[in-house]
Design a protein around this ligand. Structure first.
Ligand code: PEP
Ligand code: MG
Length: 767
């Protein structure tokens, strides 16, 4: 029996992917795809059926080989026919003669009766079926394994693009186009809970050509003028570069500069960009569109030399943008209720913005426990991250609803949804008012057990909110946050003043100050650490021990700030080995000695503790206990390292869970080990601030928990309304379970019974 298509042409595959990526719309992308695949496989038919979830059916969206009139018209109900079968099994179906198969469902409009061989591949995106690609052939024959692999590879590569195009379409792909923007929903990962209704402001890095948003020009003449100036400036820049390189580069190597200048000729790119501005776009958006259009054409060319021109074009685009952004006219002002959208927004960027105008933050990258989210949580700003499909460049000024409880974004929401969310907002405001009753209460369970609640700080607002909400001290002061607000490393006196504020605000209460914890996602704007595998790289104590001058300055500032207050505790982050603690203690002792000699005063040595964030600590509790005074569990990093799940990667966000049995069992083990060595232990990761996990931690024996001020009252209310003995029974139950989702719902059920379901799910609704 002959088999079809025996080799796998990698170049063809790459070319198809590129061409499809460059297509301007989903329909165009699908058309290109079916055409190219049919050609490459010499198949008689290639079709794509997409799943229309709303109507539960597969619609024929593009076809090469079937009757053209059938496209967009015929469909198979979910589960119907061979296409439905491929979709429901989520597996490849390869048949020599489709017609003789019991699942075959004949669609007369398509004219497919002429074709016998059938190969169906499910198009999967994040475990969901997006559609089915079908290749058919006249002869009765089997498709080869190479054909299967070719299509599987192609579908896997293209599914993201399809999902994206599908999601970004201004119109619903299964409906006729209309001019009113259709409301769209996008799913991301909930970062900080809350709801916001407002208008999008796209925040984009300077000179990143792909992220410039579409925007209408306020003043077309002004935009044209700005653009003209930018062109002149870039021409001059290129001419200067050319002159500068005259002695260094050979003429043929400098030919690139003339190519650039030719592209910048009045009749070339500038004419196209100016036309777009005249049609109403602002200058930066026009540059993006024209440069992207041309560079994607070049990128598809077979000739290496011409393909290279794509990067020249983008470089030219970047130069133009840099000029256009040189004035202050690129980032839009933040009006009231602005919803900040971006690919990624760093903590440093966030804290520089007018925070009272930010109603919510939405990013396409990042995950729930990234540093920016933790800061946003402290600020009480609803945040959703990892909304990978959000077409940010098209959304500037769009009306949006951010449901950060469920990680859901509504763009151009329908009136009904807006009304519903307004109602929910009102309910939440009322709930926040009710929580105020817990501001001045002790945290004592119904059966009389006290739990000490501390606040995590970084900004002054945390201190204010923490005090107002009755925190018993600071369980984690993230000292890197004030470092992020500067444009250089702060000096000793600057730091002393900042630390003094924290310590004096909580005079007579313990303040645990963590030494500088930078690296991984905690970047300083003036000291960027770029690493392939940054979570396992130069971070926390590893960085500061390599820079004793930075570490010692910080310790000296902390010690001096503590004079007369004596409520300082020092905490060392990212400890992996005993030697790191020994080296840190040596530097701390030396700083004490130096200050005592310089100032002629006797200092009280502050207690020193270590964070348990790295799994190696589990096996070194005894060794550490002989050196330090207390432990603090950083469950955010501990979860990341125990589960081998990057806490900032949206693709694996679903795997990052504090409810994972391994995390709960480890936390349980840790508290016992710390009790055995007689050292206090607290938890300062986000687990402590989630009422559901907080009650498990208390049941395990953690008697102090430190959290964002935003969570303090919910956690206190939870404790005040449960019995610790019940929490212990709950803990015993969940420690036997092997599934995070089950564990979560088991605790949810318990809280429900206690009338506390809104502590973990502030809003009950069903969109
Ligand atoms: C942690 O890792 O749990 C922690 C508290 O530190 P951070 O979130 O600042 O890394
Ligand atoms: Mg950490």
């Amino acid at each position: 029996m002959p088999t079809l298509f025996t080799s796998l042409p990698l170049d063809t595959l790459r070319a198809i992917v590129q061409e499809v990526d460059a297509a301007p719309s989903l329909h165009a992308a699908l058309e290109v795809m079916v055409k190219r695949v049919a050609e490459a496989m010499q198949a008689d038919v290639c079709s794509v059926y997409l799943l229309d979830d709303r109507n539960q059916r597969y619609v024929l969206m593009a076809s090469e080989g079937l009757n053209a009139q059938a496209v967009g018209e015929v469909y198979l109900n979910k589960g119907e026919g061979l296409v439905g079968w491929v979709g429901s099994r989520e597996e490849i179906v390869n048949l020599e003669d489709a017609e003789s198969h019991p699942r075959y469902h004949y669609l007369p409009e398509t004219g497919e009766e002429r074709f016998h061989a059938f190969l169906g591949i499910p198009i999967m995106y994040r475990r969901n079926v997006m559609g089915v690609m079908v290749v058919q052939h006249r002869e009765k024959t089997e498709f080869s394994e190479a054909a299967e692999s070719f299509l599987v590879t192609l579908c896997a590569q293209l599914s993201g693009a399809i999902a994206h195009a599908h999601a970004v379409g201004q119109v619903d792909v299964f409906r006729k186009p209309s001019n009113t923007p259709t409301s769209k929903t996008f799913q991301g990962v909930a970062g900080t809970s809350g709801i916001a209704i407002g208008r999008a402001v796209v925040f984009y890095p300077v000179a990143d050509i792909d992220l410039v948003p579409d925007r209408q020009a306020d003043d077309i003449q002004e935009e044209l003028k700005l653009f003209q100036e930018a062109v002149i400036a870039v021409r001059q820049e290129i001419a200067e570069l050319d002159a500068k390189m005259q002695d260094t580069l050979r003429p043929e190597e400098r030919a690139l500069f003339s190519v650039y200048l030719r592209m910048l000729d009045d009749h070339a790119l500038p004419a196209e960009i100016a036309a777009r501005i005249r049609a109403g776009s602002w200058a930066q958006g026009a540059v993006r569109v024209i440069i992207q259009e041309h560079s994607s054409q070049f990128a598809q060319m077979k000739d290496d030399y011409l393909r290279e021109r794509a990067s020249d074009l983008r470089d030219l685009g970047r130069r133009l943008l840099t000029r256009l952004q040189a004035g202050d006219h690129h980032q839009r002002d933040l009006g009231e209720d602005s919803i900040l959208l971006g690919e990624e927004i760093s903590t440093a960027t966030l804290v520089e913005l007018p925070l009272n105008h930010i109603a919510a933050i939405v990013t396409t990258e990042g995950a729930a426990n990234s540093h920016m989210v933790i800061v946003a949580r402290a600020l009480g700003i609803p945040t959703v991250v990892g909304v990978t499909e959000l077409p940010i460049t098209q959304l500037d000024d769009a009306e949006m609803i951010v449901d950060a409880h469920q990680g859901r974004i509504f763009v151009h929401p329908a009136r009904r949804i807006r009304q519903k969310y307004r109602e929910i907002q009102r309910e939440e405001e009322q709930a926040a008012k009710d929580l105020k009753a817990y501001e001045n209460r002790d945290t004592v369970t119904l059966d009389g057990h006290r739990v000490a609640l501390f606040v995590n700080t970084g900004l002054m607002i945390d201190v204010i909110r923490g005090t107002q909400r009755g925190a018993e001290g600071v369980g984690l002061y993230r000292s890197e946050i004030p470092f992020m607000l500067r444009s250089r490393f702060p000096g000793e006196e600057e730091q002393r003043m900042t630390y003094r504020q924290q310590l004096s605000h909580f005079a007579n209460k313990p303040v645990i100050m963590r030494t500088l914890d930078i690296g991984a996602d905690k970047d300083l704007p003036y000291f960027s650490i770029k690493e392939e595998n940054s979570a396992l790289g130069w971070r926390g104590i590893r960085f500061t021990l390599d820079h004793p001058e930075i570490f010692s300055t910080q310790i000296r500032a902390m010690l001096k700030a503590n004079i007369g207050l004596n409520n300082l505790n020092i905490l060392l982050p990212m400890i992996t080995s005993v030697s790191e603690v020994e080296d840190s203690l040596y530097l701390i002792e030396r700083a004490i000695f130096e200050i005592e000699t310089e100032e002629g005063i006797k200092l009280k040595r502050p207690p020193v503790g270590v964070m348990i964030e790295v799994p190696s600590m589990l096996l070194q509790i005894e060794d550490m206990a002989s050196l330090i005074d207390f432990f603090s569990v950083g469950s955010n990093d501990l979860t990341q390292y125990l589960l081998a799940v990057d806490r900032n990667n949206p693709r694996v966000a679903g795997l990052y869970s504090a409810y994972h049995p391994a995390i709960l069992r480890t936390m349980n083990l840790l508290v016992q080990k710390c009790q055995e060595v007689n050292r206090p232990v607290s938890v300062c990761g986000e687990m402590a601030g989630d009422p559901a996990t907080a009650l498990l931690l208390a049941a395990m024996g953690y008697s102090s928990l430190s959290m964002s001020a935003a969570n303090l009252l919910r956690v206190r209310k939870t404790f005040c309304n449960i019995e610790l003995t019940e929490a212990k029974t709950l803990l015993a139950d969940v420690l036997k379970m092997d599934n995070p989702a089950l564990i979560r719902s088991w605790i949810g059920y318990y809280l429900d019974k206690k009338g506390l379901s809104d502590m973990i799910r502030p809003v009950q609704q069903t969109f």
